[in-house]
Design a protein around this ligand. Structure first.
Ligand code: FES
Length: 357
């Protein structure tokens, strides 16, 4: 038998989505990235997930929890708690919490004193001898042996696939983009469009993203937005609790943060007229729970004694491994090291930048 579905119309945008009959309205709002505060994570304790139903309220009578957390006047006016309300007919819904705003904000650029920069990414010029019948060295070996970096290598298969075409189009002269000793891209010798990096701070409440010029160290632009995981709980314990109760809980929270990261990076590139392909290095910090969720690792053991994280950072990944290839296709991603379950890389990055160590 075909499952019954109903329309959910968001106000004032009139955007219309569908929900299965009996689906919890808060789940629909989360799935559709609608701003909603859910401080207790949907457990019916906080009363913060209040919405105004313009139509459809009567099809599911108020629960005891709603009667406890809402006034009679509110219920009469059509207010309901989205974590309690089940969609049993078409509904028109307006989210009510002005504190939760999905808008991206554009804070002023931080005044960062750049004493000295030593980026992991740098450019190395090369000029190769052309092969002939007496010099049949492979393209790979020809390039590697021409670089002054110690023990250079190419790990990216896609770069290796394109290497023969690239070096011939460039007439055997160009610039290797080095990430440590790995060649991660090859640019034309005369290319002046620059190399860039992104720094990301995933806070429990706010996500901030900075775009930096890796040659000068200049911060070009900054964007921030509320962490959309707030609709799953205001604090890390509520979010861990959510991941433990739902089969795909980690995936849901992860998808929410990835959507925001992709949008913020896109906005930064557009504003600064920087090509996303020229972002080669991305550093991410956050508390240990935020980092676990970003990597799709269950944070379950952070919440209970003896509080053992699966991972405290200090690793490099490719953007596609984190599903961020849409916004930073060429970038390596460095997850900065934290210390423990409750001392994350947001703290260690702060200590590092303060000059204490
Ligand atoms: Fe807390 Fe609904 S009562 S999220």
């Amino acid at each position: 038998m075909k499952e019954a579905v109903h329309k959910v119309i968001f106000l004032p945008s009139q955007r219309t989505v569908t929900a299965k009959r009996g689906e919890i309205l808060l789940d629909v709002l989360r799935r559709e990235s609608q701003p909603i505060s859910a401080v207790c994570g949907g457990r019916g304790n906080c009363g913060k997930c209040k919405v105004l139903l313009d139509e459809g309220s009567e099809a599911f009578p108020p629960t005891l929890t709603e009667a406890r957390l809402l006034t009679r006047d509110e219920i009469a006016a059509g207010y309901r708690l989205s974590c309690q309300f089940k969609v049993m007919t078409d509904v028109r819904v307006k989210t009510e919490d002005p504190e939760v705003d999905s808008a991206v904000s554009k804070p002023s650029l931080p005044k960062i004193m750049i004493r000295e920069i030593s980026p992991q990414v740098r450019l190395e010029e090369f000029s190769l001898s052309k092969p002939d019948i007496h010099d049949q060295v492979s393209d790979y070996s020809r390039l590697i042996s021409a670089l002054v970096t110690e023990r250079p290598r190419i790990d990216r298969l896609n770069l290796l696939r394109n290497l023969p075409r690239i070096i011939r189009e460039m007439d055997y002269r160009g610039r290797a983009v080095m990430y440590g000793s790995e060649v991660i891209d090859i640019l034309p010798f005369s290319d002046e469009s620059g190399i860039f990096g992104v720094a990301i701070d995933i806070g429990t409440t706010t996500i901030a993203v900075y775009l930096a010029d890796l040659k000068s160290g200049e911060i070009l632009a900054v964007r921030s937005a509320p962490n959309p995981q707030s609709s799953y709980g205001q604090d890390v314990i509520s979010r861990i609790d959510y991941t433990m109760k739902r089969d795909k809980g980690v995936d849901e929270l992860r998808a929410a943060v990835l959507t925001t990261l992709n949008k913020l990076i896109d906005d930064l590139c557009r504003e600064s007229e920087v090509s996303k392909e020229r972002i080669y290095d991305t550093s991410i910090v956050g508390n240990t729970t935020m980092i676990h969720i970003l990597l799709g690792i269950s944070p379950e053991r952070i919440a209970s004694s003896p509080f053992i994280p699966a991972f405290t950072g200090g690793k490099v990944f490719e953007s596609r491994e984190l599903d961020l290839e849409e916004s930073i296709p060429s970038s390596k991603i460095y997850i900065m090291p934290g210390i423990s379950a409750y001392v994350g890389s947001d703290i260690t990055a702060g200590i590092l930048s303060s000059g204490f160590v």
